[in-house]
Design a protein around this ligand. Structure first.
Ligand code: SAM
Length: 286
């Protein structure tokens, strides 16, 4: 790519799959080296603002609804009556905003290790932070691994792990020990949902996560797939794990009657996200 072009484009090169993703930019708006990661914010020509952490795209103004809706509503509408929710990561606050749309939710604790992510989100993605002052929201800055270890047993209905990839501070959020701490924190029937990477290029990692969830003692797993344009391959998943019981559908009628708006998620999308292509059916463990 010529020098001129490299000034006009942000590009994430994903070596493991020999692929790359670019967005055309007007300018870099800011960058911060926090104690945990390097965070950049770009103004793009067509996707609003873009947040990048350690060189990986995180969220853009234009398309983040896909991811934030799919990281929250399937799990919350699968649970019969979610009251107490914990978000690990999620520092851009988009997932928090979606969770707070559910009237049944009485408390949401958001634990991100890096306060700088939220401070930059407040400035460059204010629409994602619109619910941060909801009295039900408790925004904390700590290591999610430690938080889950210290969470009271059987105190949480849904845990959402909206973390970076399993490298750097996020690495410890993808193993059996962490899942065991999540299991003990969940009430019977509780649900853990975690972003579980791309089915096309991360099947090994996805299966490692599923196996570790089963080894930790979760009774049942469900992986959902959905489009996610700015992440490697443009095709993403989240995986739900349930304590003490299997999955038995979701509250379709409540989705249909929901008083809040979504831009991607609906009952048919929920059902469709559970439909897995044959290569996933063949390869998924657990
Ligand atoms: N949607 C993005 C994705 O799938 O890559 C994730 C968005 S969110 C910005 C990811 C967050 O995980 C970051 O804010 C990062 O600080 C946080 N994070 C990484 N490791 C963490 C840990 N051990 N405890 C809490 N938060 C962590």
């Amino acid at each position: 790519m010529s020098e001129l072009n490299s000034k006009q484009w942000f590009t994430e090169i994903f070596q493991p799959s020999g692929s790359a993703f670019s967005l055309k930019i007007h300018q870099k708006l800011t960058e911060v080296q926090s104690p945990f990661q390097h965070i950049e914010i770009y103004q793009t020509t067509d996707f609003g603002n873009l947040m990048v952490i350690d060189g990986c795209t995180m969220v853009s103004t234009r398309e983040n609804f896909l991811y934030h809706e799919m990281m929250s509503h399937p799990a919350l509408f699968t649970h019969p009556n979610p009251k107490n929710v914990v978000i690990i990561g999620g520092g851009d606050c988009g997932t928090l905003r979606e969770v707070l749309k559910h009237r049944s939710v009485e408390s949401v604790y958001q634990i991100d290790i890096d306060e700088q992510v939220t401070r930059l989100a407040e400035q460059y993605f204010p629409e994602l932070c619109a619910s941060n002052h909801d009295p039900r929201a408790f925004i904390m800055f700590d290591d999610g691994i430690k938080f889950m270890q210290e969470t009271a047993a059987e105190s949480v209905d849904v845990i959402i792990v909206d973390s970076t990839d399993p490298v750097g501070p996020g690495e410890g959020l993808f193993n059996r020990a962490f899942y065991q701490s999540c299991l003990q924190a969940l009430k019977p029937g509780g649900i853990l949902v975690q972003q579980s990477e791309s089915p096309l290029i991360h099947m090994g990692l996805l299966n490692d996560m599923r196996q570790a969830m089963k080894d930790a003692g979760f009774a049942a797993l469900q992986t959902l797939n959905f489009p996610q344009m700015i992440y490697p391959s443009g095709w993403w998943t989240c995986t739900m794990a349930r304590k003490d019981m299997v999955f038995a559908g979701f509250r379709r009628d409540d989705v249909m009657d929901a008083e809040f708006e979504t831009d991607y998620y609906n009952a048919d999308i929920h059902q469709a996200a559970l439909a897995l292509p044959n290569f996933m059916r063949r390869q998924l463990v657990g």
